[in-house]
Design a protein around this ligand. Structure first.
Ligand code: 5AD
Ligand code: SF4
Length: 469
């Protein structure tokens, strides 16, 4: 497929649908502005998608509420990565059923990764027939059109099954923060890790053109954003399929050359595609945070092979050593899956050894969750939940010690942090280091939204205390 076929501008028709909806709701609600409740499950890609849904809802004339009881429209942006994420969304849908009894006009939308699975669609149709609109991850750029058709009951209920692997551009965005923002650089995933549902629900990898990314990034810097995260399921394979020959390090170089006072972050990086060039760019850059989230998943080569991760621990460690030699103050974080089918306790212990060696500042840890349709779901899994829970607790305990030690080593150091917000209670300002570690400093309201130099005076388990220099 050529790039022209997959690039999809937010076309004028969608704006026309938004205007039509605005007229309809004006007629229906009069002076009252109807409210939408948007609930996001899962990863930062979903948070970013929800900001686009909110942008479009705002264009249609809706305001927003934090209470689903108050809402005229409820949108659940769902996640399919683990069973518990799905159960949470389905559980909440059960609640909506009650609200809808007393408020039959309530308009309910389900979107996101869950809706790309046939079994879930069947379940929604059978158990939650009050849902008004189901919209897949591939169709967000046509949200106003589908909303209009469902709202007007042109179709009693719509499911949009088209699987066009588009690269949506120019969608309206209502960002949650004035300081931190996400910029998608690519969509989808081609890696097919054996446990993971993402390639099935988000489609093949496709990258945005660099000029569109840079334009969006410049706009954010000019509007005062200070902490901007480039998003993709595997940002390191950015550029595949584009007419222009460009890789992720080169994209970073171009973004880094934009003048301004800001930090660049990116996630997620697949270790197999994290090259020396990537670490060189970070070390030479002016704006890239000295932090890399590099999910290793586990510390045992047999399990890594079964996971289809395409690297071994030796290679992973070589990359980390190179990165640390280039960027001595680098902070590392990772994702770990505990209890992959067939993982023995001895193999799990390799993960403990690995995390002690690398010294990640923090970990996202998960118990393996079988996902129907993935190869791993077919592997016999003799280890029960209690044993897996025991392992994850052991992992967390080991990591707690590592994080605590890393934080205590930072005491006495000077750091540049972003002053993010005033703590609700204690009169402290919450700041964040390059490595995403929080630092509490005494209240100086005027610094919120700025980078400031602080001296670290004390440490807690996974956070720091400091004072303004
Ligand atoms: N079970 C548990 N964790 C999973 N992840 C992805 N799929 C599964 C699964 N089936 C984790 C991986 C990934 C993170 C986003 O979610 O660690 O890096
Ligand atoms: Fe899932 Fe692997 Fe793709 Fe990450 S790289 S989204 S874990 S398939």
């Amino acid at each position: 497929m050529s790039l022209n076929e997959i690039i999809c501008k937010y076309d004028i028709n969608q704006t026309k649908y938004s205007i039509k909806i605005k007229e309809i709701i004006k007629h229906k609600f009069g002076e009252k502005i109807p409210k939408a409740f948007v609930k996001t499950y899962g990863c930062q890609q979903n948070v970013s998608d929800s900001e686009k849904y909110k942008g479009m809802l705002s264009q249609m004339g809706f305001s927003f509420t934090d209470s689903q009881n108050d809402a005229d429209v409820i949108l659940f942006n769902t996640c399919a990565i683990r069973e518990n994420a799905e159960n949470k969304a389905l559980g909440n849908l059960g609640w909506i059923k009650n609200i809808k009894k007393s408020k039959p006009d309530l308009f309910v939308i389900i979107c996101g990764c869950m809706t790309e699975q046939e079994n879930i669609l069947e379940k929604i149709k059978a158990v939650y027939p009050f849902v008004n609109l189901v919209i897949g991850t591939h169709s967000a750029h046509k949200f106003p059109e589908f909303f209009y058709k469902a709202y007007q009951k042109i179709h009693k209920k719509i499911y949009i099954s088209e699987k066009a692997d588009v690269v949506p551009e120019e969608l309206p965005i209502k960002r949650d923060s004035k300081l931190k923002a996400f910029v998608s650089v690519m969509y989808g995933c081609d890696n097919f890790c054996s446990y993971c549902i993402v390639p099935y629900v988000r489609g093949r990898e496709r990258s945005r053109k660099p000029e569109n990314i840079i334009e969006e990034f410049k706009c954010l810097v000019n509007s005062g954003y200070k902490d901007i995260t480039l998003l993709g399921q595997n940002v390191n394979s950015y550029g595949k399929g584009l007419e222009e020959k460009i890789n992720f390090p080169e994209l970073l170089r171009r973004i880094d050359s934009i003048d301004g006072d800001y930090k660049i972050r990116f996630m997620t990086s697949h270790p197999k595609d994290a090259t020396h060039e990537l670490f060189d760019v970070i070390s030479e850059s002016r704006h890239i945070a000295h932090h890399i989230h590099l999910p290793v998943q586990c510390g045992n080569d047999r399990i890594l092979k079964l996971m289809n991760r395409k690297y071994d621990i030796k290679t992973y460690l070589e990359k980390i050593n190179y990165a640390k030699s280039k960027i001595p103050d680098l902070t590392l974080t990772s994702d770990i899956i505990v209890g992959f089918p067939g993982e023995t306790y001895e193999e799990f212990k390799d993960t403990l050894e690995l995390i002690k060696k690398v010294k990640f500042s923090s970990l996202f840890t998960f118990i393996y969750s079988p996902r129907s349709g993935t190869p791993a779901a077919k592997i016999p899994d003799p280890t029960g939940k209690p044993e897996k829970t025991k392992r994850i607790l052991e992992l967390l305990k080991t990591q707690e010690e590592i994080s605590k030690n890393l934080c205590s080593e930072m005491v006495g150091k000077k750091m540049r942090v972003l002053a993010e917000s005033l703590e609700p209670k204690g009169g402290y300002i919450m700041c964040r280091t390059d490595g995403n570690i929080t630092v509490q400093i005494p209240n100086h309201k005027e610094i919120i939204g700025n980078f400031v130099d602080v001296m670290i005076t004390d440490s807690r388990n996974e956070s720091l205390i400091g004072k303004l220099i």
